[in-house]
Design a protein around this ligand. Structure first.
Ligand SMILES: [Zn+2]
Ligand SMILES: [Zn+2]
Length: 137
């Protein structure tokens, strides 16, 4: 497990985690979509942290919970936390169905730079993303 944990940063290297899981998946299961829910903080490339990451058009997606559990000094809100998990899970799974980021701030495929973005967007695909999802590009 340690090979995808960056001990200096005390964070998961997200891409390495996806690679590790990818190597565990047998070829017969490649067509399925697998969502890894990980209660560890993670980062990717030049991003300080990520809420999740996925292989675009692939079978693997991961979301990371600690940053979704942040309430900035306000009372912890379990229901808000769950809504964030659902949005980020749908977002990452959207990537596995080959969707890219969307410019519509209400669309679940909008890139969340912060929890503000996650809380602002909905859990649904906008009309354009929905169309891409159904008919391809
Ligand atoms: Zn994304
Ligand atoms: Zn969209």
């Amino acid at each position: 497990m340690e090979n995808f944990i960056d001990k200096n940063r005390n964070q998961v290297r997200s891409f390495d985690l996806l690679t590790w899981f990818s190597n565990q998946i047998k070829s017969t299961t490649k067509r399925k979509k697998i969502l890894v829910i990980c209660d560890l903080d993670a980062y990717s490339d030049n991003l300080n942290f990520v809420f999740g990451e996925a292989y675009k058009g692939g079978s693997l997606a991961a979301i990371y919970l600690p940053r979704l559990r942040e309430f900035y000094g306000l009372k912890p809100d379990e229901s808000l936390f769950h809504r964030r998990i659902v949005k980020e899970a749908i977002h990452e799974l959207g990537h596995t169905f080959d969707l890219s980021h969307c410019y519509n701030k209400k669309c679940v495929m909008y890139f969340s730079n912060s929890l503000y973005d996650t809380d602002f967007k909905g859990r649904n695909f906008c009309a354009i993303c929905n169309n891409t999802l159904r008919n391809g590009r």
